[in-house]
Design a protein around this ligand. Structure first.
Ligand SMILES: [Zn+2]
Length: 101
């Protein structure tokens, strides 16, 4: 059976015991999609998971230089630059699935 990237993302996230970055997901779901495209896919995955009774949770991105955490971000995509120290060395967000209460 041919599964879509979206289906494979959902399966991989549900099966994973630890939060995953889009870079890890890219390898695990064996996709040609670029990280930026995967963030787009994850927006859809988030909606699908909600219908299935789960939440897509995110370990926020953080600045590698000063440790600033992007906790108030609505978007899933990795921020490009730290608002505090202006560093562009950003640790990407990690994603995991939790039950919807
Ligand atoms: Zn910083």
């Amino acid at each position: 059976m041919d599964e879509t990237v979206r289906e494979r993302l959902i399966k991989t996230l549900l099966a994973s015991k630890e939060p995953l970055t889009v870079y890890q997901l890219q390898i695990l779901v064996e996709t040609e999609l670029k990280p930026n495209e995967l963030y787009e896919e994850l927006e859809h995955v988030k909606k699908t998971l909600k219908r299935l009774g789960y939440r897509l949770e995110m370990v926020p991105a953080a600045c590698r230089k000063c440790g600033y955490q992007f906790t108030d971000r609505e978007k899933l995509k990795k921020p490009s630059r730290c608002p505090r120290c202006k560093s562009e060395r950003i640790e990407p967000p990690k994603f995991y699935v939790a039950p919807l209460y």
